[in-house]
Design a protein around this ligand. Structure first.
Ligand SMILES: NC(=O)c1ccc[n+]([C@@H]2O[C@H](COP(=O)([O-])OP(=O)(O)OC[C@H]3O[C@@H](n4cnc5c(N)ncnc54)[C@H](OP(=O)(O)O)[C@@H]3O)[C@@H](O)[C@H]2O)c1
Length: 329
């Protein structure tokens, strides 16, 4: 009898330790399912800024330590090597395995010819030190030549290159960024593989209700970039409200014991969006993930929506006379 008990205890401990070593460290943000069946964490660390050397290497490591599992970068940001080093540091420290992470990067406008897409992605992978990305996006529907001049390459052609990238397994999911509704419809009706994601600016002054709803109707997930809008300082000389100290946001924030930034990020989550706040500050990047112990009411979501002015943080007006410029305002 004693022998049997000892054997049972041995077996249970064995199972416990076996499961422990197999279990991946879960991130703090939940996943949602994309239209191709892959899962995407709803909070990503944004890296779209020029920083001091290796600032984002440190930020990526802090973010993963904090529980982020999704990192958003792009060839344009010229920081894929930094991001890659941050990922490698986290893996070397045993915090995560590669397949615990969801890495997004983007194809820039000067590689839009169909046969340029896979080579451009391979270059991004080389810089990131990865064999695949989880999500590859066409950064913008506008095509440019290597010298920056307008090109008339059709984004439907670019998309065929993206489909090849997915078929080769170099990108688990593929999508677009900065596409408007009619551009999405055109792609949708002319593709074998449907875009899984549209990454667009969404924040309180650019709520994008019609475009978000159109994407969701098509089964396309929306990633909200520049989610903090004009709560943080931008180049705009006359930034529209709300700002960080807006009394309406402060009142909501006080009620939940949160900051106004957290209220705005939670507002976007309540709308079913994937958010991409960017920070190289350890405290603030932790704050931007600390969003899952409170919820906003439908009235609070509607109140924040009333700040909308259709004013963008990122205009890209330099491209406004190029074919396929996507923005009205
Ligand atoms: N697809 C596209 O065309 C596109 C366009 C724009 C952006 N994006 C993506 O979206 C990401 C986010 O956009 P973004 O960088 O424009 O703006 P953001 O995340 O809305 O704001 C970033 C700024 O806010 C500050 N900040 C971050 N968290 C804060 C907090 N809790 N409280 C106060 N300040 C805070 C950051 O400074 P500190 O670092 O000092 O905290 C930084 O200056 C980009 O990094 C990029 O990955 C994509």
């Amino acid at each position: 009898m004693l022998m049997q008990q000892a054997f049972l205890i041995f077996l249970l401990y064995g199972l416990y330790f076996h499961c422990g070593s197999e279990t991946h460290i879960a991130g703090k943000a939940p996943d949602i399912e994309l239209n191709d069946g892959n899962k995407i964490p709803v909070v990503a660390l944004g890296t779209g800024r020029k920083t001091e050397a290796d600032e984002f290497r440190q930020a990526v490591l802090w973010a993963i330590e904090e529980g982020y599992r999704h990192i958003d970068t792009a060839a344009l940001y010229e920081n894929e090597p930094q991001v890659g080093r941050g990922i490698a540091d986290a893996i070397a420290k045993g915090l995560v395995k590669r397949d615990d992470l969801f890495i997004t990067t983007k194809l820039w406008n000067d590689r839009h010819a169909q046969d340029q897409v896979v080579p451009a992605l391979r270059e991004s992978l080389e810089r990131l030190g990865l064999d695949y990305v989880d999500l590859y996006l066409i950064h913008c529907p506008v095509a440019q030549n290597a010298d920056g001049s307008p090109s008339d390459i059709d984004y439907a052609e670019t998309w065929r290159g993206m489909e090849v990238a997915k078929t080769l397994g170099l990108a688990k999911s593929i999508g677009v960024s900065n596409f408007n509704s009619s551009q999405l419809d055109r792609l949708f009706n002319n593709s074998q593989i449907k875009p899984a994601v549209n990454q667009i600016e969404v924040n309180p002054t650019m709520t994008q209700v019609p475009l978000v709803s159109h994407c969701h109707k098509l089964g396309i997930a929306v990633m909200a970039c520049s989610p903090l809008g004009f709560l943080v300082s931008r180049e705009n000389k006359n930034p529209p409200p709300p700002h960080n100290d807006d009394p309406i946001l402060v009142a909501i924030a006080d009620q939940y014991g949160k900051s106004t930034s957290q209220v705005v990020l939670r507002y976007l989550l309540e709308r079913g969006l994937i958010i991409i706040p960017s920070s190289t500050n350890q405290k603030r990047l932790a704050q931007n993930l600390d969003l899952f112990d409170f919820k906003l009411t439908a009235e609070e979501v509607a109140t924040i929506g009333q700040f909308n002015k259709n004013v963008r943080v990122v205009n890209a007006t330099i491209l406004k006379d190029f074919p396929n410029y996507p923005f009205e305002s």
